[in-house]
Design a protein around this ligand. Structure first.
Ligand code: ZN
Length: 127
């Protein structure tokens, strides 16, 4: 049995889920499926663009969660600073992902670090 504190990425509603099963991946307030990943994310694709001197970079990471939703994280980096610029879930693009309380899930942070980019600090973990 575990307790999850979740926040909808779409409407910002806070809600909780208690249970042994993965959470239902749907916001109870707006029915959006743009909610935090269920279980762990499996990364299946990563692409990176860097300018000639390596000071600007953009990274795209594609992953799926345990309910088969597809997540695409776009990270922009400049020297040692980076930020999450877009997050799309099942092709719904969230404009201001950093406005939510959710930060980069561990599997995604590993991919960012593997690309030689500083992991953005976007808030507290809630997945
Ligand atoms: Zn919602």
């Amino acid at each position: 049995m575990s307790i999850h504190e979740l926040q909808c990425y779409q409407c910002g509603a806070d809600y909780g889920y208690i249970g042994a099963d993965p959470h239902p991946a749907q916001c109870p307030a707006c029915q959006s499926s743009c909610v935090p990943p269920v279980g762990s994310l499996t990364v299946f694709d990563r692409s990176c663009w860097q300018n000639a001197n390596g000071k600007l970079a953009k990274l795209w990471i594609h992953a799926v969660d345990e309910r088969g939703r597809s997540f695409e994280f776009t990270i922009a980096a400049r020297k040692t600073e980076s930020k999450l610029v877009t997050l799309s879930i099942d092709d719904v693009v969230l404009d201001h992902p950093a406005a939510t309380r959710c930060r980069i899930p561990p599997a995604i942070a590993d991919e960012i670090a593997a690309a030689g980019i500083t992991v953005p600090d976007t808030g507290t973990m809630c997945a």
